[in-house]
Design a protein around this ligand. Sequence first.
Ligand code: ISJ
Length: 259
Amino acid sequence: MAANAESNNVDDGLTLQMVRDSLIRQEDTIVFSLIERARFPFNSPTYHPSYGSVPGFCGSVVELFVKQTEAVQATAGRFENPEEHPFFPDNLPPSLVPHYKYPEVLHPAAMSININKAVWDMYFNKLLPLFVAPGDDGNYASTAARDLECLQALSRRIHYGKLVAEVKFRDEQKDYEPPIRARDRDTLLSLLTFADVEEAVKKRVAKKAMTFGQDLKLGDGGEKGKYKVDPAVVSGLYGDWVIPLTKEVEIEYLLRRLD
Ligand SMILES: C=C(O[C@@H]1C=C(C(=O)O)C=C[C@H]1O)C(=O)O
C-alpha cells in the first residue's frame, strides 16, 4: 500500500532508528570510496570537455563514463530501485530484467525529487580538490570509475533524506502538516533538525576516516597522524554539504507529502 496522506498507519516497520542505522552503514561506503579515489591524483584531463573528443559524444571522459555506465545499469534495473537516482536521467534505456516489486514506503511524489545536479557540482567543484593530490598519472578511466563510486554513494545517502522525512512525518504528523500546508520551509527545517545527531555524525565520519585510512603495520601499529583522506575533510564534507543536502531532500519530500 502506498504511504499516501490517507494511509499513514502503514505497517511496513520503518523506524527512525532503522533509517539512521542505514545512514551509519552508508558512511563506511562513502569513506572507502573517497579513499579509493585518493589513490589517484587529480588527473584533470578526466574533466576537460575537449580531451579525447570521442566521435558522437560531446563531453568529458567522466561524463562519457557516467552516462555509459548509467545506461548499462539502467538496463539491469538499477534505477527501478527507489533508493537510486541517475545523474543523467534523460534518455536512459528501459530495464531489461524482470520488475522487482519494491515495498511502496514513500509517497509517490518522491519520484520527482532528484538533486544530483547539486551533488555533481559539490563533488567536482568543491570536494574533489580538497582530498586528492595534484598531478596527472594518465589513469583517466580508473579515475572516472572511482568518481562514479563516490558520486553514487553520496547520492544514495543524500536521497535517503526521503526515507528520513517519511518516518519523521509519520511520527509527528500533527506537527508537520501545518508548515507543509503553509509551505513554510524554515519551520520544517527546525522540526527535522537534530543538532546532536548531526554532531555525532560528523565526529563518527572523522573517526572512520582515521580508522579506515591509516596504514597498518604489523607489530608496532600504524604511522600516527597519516591518513589516506584527511579526517577533517570528511567531517567538513558532511557538515557543509552532505547533511545540508540531505535536509534539502527532506524538505522537498515533505512539501509534496500531502499532495
Ligand atoms: C538524517 C536525519 O535528519 C537530519 C539530518 C541529519 C543528517 O543528514 O545526518 C542528521 C540529523 C538531522 O538534523 C536524522 O535525523 O537522522
